[in-house]
Design a protein around this ligand. Structure first.
Ligand SMILES: NC(=O)c1ccc[n+]([C@@H]2O[C@H](COP(=O)([O-])OP(=O)(O)OC[C@H]3O[C@@H](n4cnc5c(N)ncnc54)[C@H](OP(=O)(O)O)[C@@H]3O)[C@@H](O)[C@H]2O)c1
Length: 422
C-alpha cells in the first residue's frame, strides 16, 4: 500500500485542528499527500468541512482514517498508511506510547508536540533501539516545547565563532492591552493543562527514569552555570521555567557530546514575569498547582475547574483566534564562551545573544514547528542522523534547513545585539 506523506492523528483536538489548517496551507507548496485520523468519523468529517470552509480548499478527497488509542490494530492500520505520523493526541503520558509503538512497528516516522518529559524520556528509554533498528525517526517536542530553546542553542552555536560554555534563556509572552479583555476568556486550551497536571502529579518518576537513561553522569564543565532562581534582570522579575526545555536541551547537548562532536552547552531557562507582585502571585500559583496535583481529590478539582485554578488562563474552549493571532512571544538566549583558539581554562571572553520570536506561540508557531519537522523528515533525511531512533529536535534537525523554514513561518531565529546580555 502506498503511504500518505503525513497523517495527522488527534486531528479533532484543539491543536490537531490547527495542524490540519497548517498542513492545508503548505501541502500544495511541498506536493504533500495527507490524511487525517482520529477515533470519531463524525467529528473528523465535521472538522474537514469546517477547515474546507475556512481555507477555501476542497477537502472532500482527503482520507479520514479511524484509529483509537485503545485499539492497537487500528493504530497499526493508520501507521501503515503514513510516511510520517503527526501526533496531536495528548496528554501523551496517557495516549502517546501505543502510537509510538505502532509507528515503529509499521516503519512510519513520528513527530509530536509533547511537553511532557516523563513521556519523552520513557520513549527514549524503551523505544530508541527498536526505532534505530526499524530506521524510524521518533521526534517529540516539535512545538513551543522545545524547538525555540533546543534549536535556539544549536543555532547560537552555529553563529558563535568559538566554544560556547553556557546559555541562559528568557521567555516573554504577551497579549497586547487591546486584546486583554478577550484574553480573559482564556489563552491556553484545556489539553495543555491536563498534560501539565498529569506531568506534575508524576514528577517523582523523573529521577528514577533519568538514572536508567543516563547511568553515568556527565563530568562538570567549568565555569559551572548556576541557577539564578527567582531574580531580577532586564528590569523584570524572572522565574525558572519548569517546562520540558531544560530536559530536551540537556539530551541534545549530551547526545552531541557523547557522539564526540563537541563540549556540551550548559543551559538554564527562565520566564520573564514583570513586577514583583506578579512574580509572587505566579510562584504561589505554581506551588499550589504542584501540591494540588499530588492527591487524586485535589487533582480532580484542578482538572474539573481549570479556569479557576489557572487564574483564568486555561479554558475548555481555548483562546479565540484573535487572541491567538495577536499573542507575541520571544525567547532571548544569552550565551557565553570563548573566542576561537582561546584557552577554555580561562574566564569566558565572548558573548552572543539570539532571539527566537513570532506570534501565536501555543497553536500557530507550535503547529508550524510540528508540520515543518515532519516535512524535514520527508525532504532532508540525508542531513539527519543516518540511523533512526528516538531523538530531540536538536539532534534530528540541527543540520537541516528547518530553522530557515521556521524563520518564514512564525518562528524567527536571529542574532541580536550582544550588549543586551548585560
Ligand atoms: N508543546 C507545545 O507547545 C504544545 C502546544 C499545544 C498543545 N500541546 C499538547 O498537545 C496535546 C493536545 O492538546 P489539545 O489542547 O489539542 O487537546 P485536545 O483538544 O483535548 O485534543 C486531544 C485529541 O486527542 C484525541 N483523543 C483522545 N483520546 C483518544 C483516543 N482514545 N483515541 C484517539 N484519539 C483520542 C481527541 O479526540 P476526540 O476529539 O475524539 O476526543 C482529540 O483529537 C496536549 O498534550 C498538549 O499539551 C503542546
Amino acid at each position: 500500500m502506498s503511504r500518505f506523506d503525513l497523517v495527522v492523528f488527534g486531528a479533532t483536538g484543539f491543536t490537531g485542528k490547527q495542524a490540519v489548517i497548517e498542513v492545508t496551507r503548505v501541502a500544495k507548496k511541498y506536493g504533500l499527500t495527507w490524511a487525517v485520523a482520529g477515533r470519531s468519523e463524525y467529528k473528523l468529517q465535521q472538522l474537514m468541512q469546517e477547515v474546507s470552509k475556512k481555507t477555501g480548499e476542497d477537502h472532500s478527497n482527503i482520507k479520514v482514517i479511524i484509529a483509537d488509542v485503545s485499539n492497537e490494530a487500528s493504530l497499526e492500520e493508520m501507521c501503515r498508511q503514513a510516511a510520517v505520523v503527526v501526533n496531536c493526541c495528548g496528554p501523551y503520558r496517557l495516549y502517546g506510547e501505543p502510537v509510538v509503538r505502532a509507528a515503529i512497528h509499521c516503519r512510519a516516522h513520528y513527530v509530536d508536540v509533547s511537553g511532557e518529559p516523563q513521556f519523552i524520556e520513557t520513549m527514549q528509554l524503551e523505544y530508541d533501539k527498536a526505532a534505530q533498528e526499524a530506521g524510524v525517526y521518533v521526534v517529540s517536542a516539535c512545538g513551543m516545547d522545545s524547538i525555540p530553546n533546543d534549536l535556539g542553542v544549536v543555532y547560537m552555536e552555529q553563529q558563535f565563532d568559538g566554544t560556547l560554555n553556557s546559555v541562559e534563556s528568557y521567555l516573554t509572552a504577551l497579549v497586547p492591552p487591546e486584546y486583554s479583555a478577550e484574553a480573559r476568556k482564556g489563552v491556553v486550551h484545556y489539553g495543555t493543562w491536563e498534560s501539565l497536571v498529569h506531568s506534575l502529579a508524576n514528577h517523582n518518576e523523573l529521577s528514577v527514569l533519568r538514572k536508567k537513561l543516563y547511568p553515568q553522569r556527565l563530568p562538570t564543565f567549568q565555569p559551572k552555570l548556576q541557577s539564578r532562581g527567582i531574580h531580577k534582570r532586564f528590569d523584570k522579575w524572572c522565574v525558572p521555567f519548569l517546562g520540558a526545555d531544560a530536559s530536551i536541551v540537556y539530551r541534545t547537548q549530551r547526545h552531541l557530546h557523547e557522539a564526540g562532536h563537541k563540549r556540551p552547552v550548559q543551559f538554564k531557562p527562565y520566564v520573564k514575569i514583570g513586577s514583583m507582585a506578579a512574580t509572587i502571585a505566579a510562584v504561589f500559583a505554581g506551588v499550589l498547582l504542584y501540591f494540588m496535583s499530588l492527591t487524586s481529590f485535589t487533582r480532580k478539582l484542578l482538572l474539573d475547574h481549570p479556569r479557576i485554578f489557572s487564574l483564568g488562563f486555561v479554558t475548555k474552549d481555548g483562546p479565540t483566534e484573535t487572541v491567538m493571532n495577536n499573542t507575541y512571544y520571544k525567547f532571548e538566549l544569552f550565551g557565553e564562551g570563548w573566542a576561537r583558539g582561546e584557552d577554555e581554562g580561562t574566564k569566558p571572553n565572548k558573548k552572543i545573544a539570539v532571539k527566537v520570536s513570532g506570534l501565536n506561540p501555543g497553536y500557530g508557531a507550535t503547529v508550524s514547528g510540528l508540520v515543518y519537522s515532519a516535512i524535514t523528515i520527508l525532504k532532508e533525511k540525508d542531513k539527519m542522523p543516518a540511523t533512526g531512533g528516538v531523538m530531540t529536535t536538536g539532534v534530528a534537525f540541527g543540520k537541516t534547513d528547518l530553522i530557515k523554514h521556521l524563520y518564514d513561518n512564525n518562528m524567527k531565529f536571529e542574532v541580536i545585539d550582544t550588549d543586551r546580555s548585560k
